[in-house]
Design a protein around this ligand. Sequence first.
Ligand code: TRP
Length: 399
Amino acid sequence: MENKNQEEEGQIVTPWEVTAEKGGKIDYDKLIDKFGCQRLDQSLVDRVARLTARRPTFSSPWGFFAHRDFSDVLDAYERGEKFYLYTGRGPSSEALHLGHLVPFMFTKYLQDAFKVPLVIQLTDDEKCMWKNLTVEESQRLARENAKDIIACGFDVSRTFIFSDFDYVGGGEDHIGKVSFPPVQAAPSFPSSFPHLFSGQDSLRCLIPCAIDQDPYFRMTRDVAPRIGYHKPALIESSFFPALQGETGKMSASDPNSAIYVTDSAKDIKNKVNRYAFSGGQDSIENHRKYGANLEVDIPIKYLGFFLEDDAELEHIRTEYGAGRMLTGEVKKRLIEVLTELVERHRRARAAVTDEMVDAFMAVRPLPNVQLDCHRRCQFPCNIFLFSHTHLSRFLALAE
Ligand code: TRP
């Protein structure tokens, strides 16, 4: 089936595999058509800016380009209804690269802009099953990754981070590979978090994620109305490109394809200078004459993600595109921006203690989320609630 798809469509995008057409780039327009999601157009971005009085540092700059029902969430927000954010990470490696950080930086922006609660799922069970890690190693990686996530600056009074093994109840008798999708689906429903959202079954959920996760949530959205919940809304990003060019996601197996949050200033300089694919021309004369091809230029793509000054970005695009600026100058600016970002992240991460991880991961009501948990909650805040009530209902319906 998968191979047949590739023959027909030339590209595969699933939660497990991302492959562009041979030698080509991922065709995101095709993906929007095939998946049936909507394009995130400028009017929605402007609407977020209007509603939250925050600079809309997303859409193309952040690589977020598609959505499902995001406008419904904004309608509800405008009527004064709350929603919550849900995102996650499969802790498959110790060190994160910049592509891993982007969705979290974006989610932090959303949390700050809308002042809403956020749940973050660490799918240590998923990685344990697929990557053949031991339970202990997966759990250790989940905690290490949680430190990097916390270092992005989330507000502990509005954020609950949980690992599947701890919160969903995994271990020896977890339900296995075939049944992982409902584990990723369940946090889309407020009742999965009785200590947070008791009695608020109509609370909406907005999921920022990369578009390869769409199949999980398509299924979730099919099931939602049948079990009495809103369909979760999605806001979906393209893949953060590898240094070598935009043919898919960055590869964890090739350290030179990505900048890691653990890279030194020297590593960053070397990687950008040696590997970042340039859209500049092959000689200075040609470059002055034709300008750079910004469509394929990686330094420009990366600056689009991380340069906070829109006016400067626009200036660089114009000058470089017209050949007045050279690749070396653009790379130099990128090296500065990335070195600063990675340094800032390293400092923030060094300040994250084990106690802080425990605080984010504690099963607790969130002080800044208005709840009537104490009156309404009929259950003690018991970690197995999630698996028992939710998964069984879900499994019955998802079959
Ligand atoms: N499966 C995702 C990964 O491998 C992790 C994940 C779990 C996730 N829940 C999510 C990602 C919700 C985005 C949104 O990285």
